[in-house]
Design a protein around this ligand. Structure first.
Ligand code: GPP
Ligand code: MG
Length: 295
């Protein structure tokens, strides 16, 4: 089994948020950007994710012990807080360190980056912890995740500061809402069993998956606006968004049999990881001056 710290932090599950962050980084960076800011930003991102997932494992301890391993990056029943390998007090201590680390490194970049990281830290906390615990509130779960993805996309963009396009930011938020839906549906069976009133439990898997259709229509309209008005980089990105989102929405809706969505988590994690890696490489090439994009 993986180390207890890896099971506490769940880095594989970060991919869903790394995707908007890496995309923002790749689009926002220029050859004039400060390489140290890039390093600090990645440390701030890792610290934010670590903080959010530690808070989540503390808040979910009593439900995670009932998990059967289905449709997740790991069997949550093996979390070190459930098995007793890490105490809640120690987890809280490590979590607090990561919170400070996220804010410290963000502060070293810019005032805006600091505010954005502070905001996603707050989202990470209110998503999992009572009294808000938005993860167990219909719509609250989707909004909290989509807003976090939107804000971390802005943070990624802001490292270099190029392409800070409000319409593109809106597209990122809507795309995150769309892709969060299948993940909450694959969790439906377990969440219902343990009494978590997520959007999928409240509205039912079929209805919530169908909500992907109007959201995809709105996203395509926004993407077309960006395509017609934006620079070459944004044109390519919006084309990719359209090519990727339409089949995903159709496939997710087709793969529901009864109340169970037959989608393996890798169906989202692998493409997200590959696209993120491509944007990180693209960003590094731009930063190093090897790739010059004229806008
Ligand atoms: C997993 O949530 C935890 C996160 C997505 C971190 C939250 C961070 C935000 C900034 C919103 P979960 O408890 O719903 O899923 P799982 O059952 O996989 O732990
Ligand atoms: Mg959890």
């Amino acid at each position: 089994m993986k180390s207890k710290y890896i099971r506490l932090l769940r880095p594989i599950a970060w991919i869903t948020f790394f995707f908007p962050f890496a995309t923002g980084f790749g689009l926002g960076i220029t050859s004039k950007s400060n390489p140290f800011h890039v390093i600090f930003a990645f440390i701030a991102f890792i610290s934010w994710m670590s903080f959010s997932f530690i808070v989540n494992s503390i808040a979910d301890k009593d439900v995670d012990k009932l998990h059967n391993g289905r449709s997740k990056d790991m069997n949550l029943a093996n979390q070190p807080l459930v098995t007793g390998e890490i105490t809640e007090k120690k987890a809280l201590y490590i979590g607090t360190m990561f919170l400070f680390s996220s804010l410290l490194f963000a502060w070293l970049i810019s005032y805006l980056f600091f505010l954005l990281i502070l905001l996603v830290d707050v989202f990470g906390y209110v998503y999992s912890m009572p009294p808000t615990r938005f993860k167990a509130k219909p719509i609250g779960d989707i909004l909290c995740n989509a807003l976090s993805a939107g804000v971390i996309f802005i943070a990624g963009l802001s490292i270099g500061g190029a392409n800070m396009n409000p319409v593109m930011i809106l597209a990122a938020f809507i795309m995150a809402s769309i892709f969060y839906i299948p993940t909450v549906v694959t969790d439906h069976e377990f969440d219902k069993k343990v009494g978590l009133k997520t959007s999928a439990v409240f509205f039912g898997p079929k209805k919530i998956l169908q909500a992907m259709y109007p959201l995809t229509v709105v996203l395509v309209i926004i993407a077309l606006i960006i395509f017609l008005t934006g620079n070459l980089e944004l044109k390519v990105v919006t084309l990719l968004i359209i090519i990727y989102t339409i089949p995903s929405t159709l496939a997710a809706n087709m793969k529901l049999k009864g109340e169970r969505l037959y989608i393996h988590e890798n169906w989202i994690l692998v493409p997200f990881a590959l696209i993120s890696a491509a944007f990180v490489i693209y960003g590094i090439l731009k930063l190093s001056g090897l790739l010059i994009i004229s806008s």
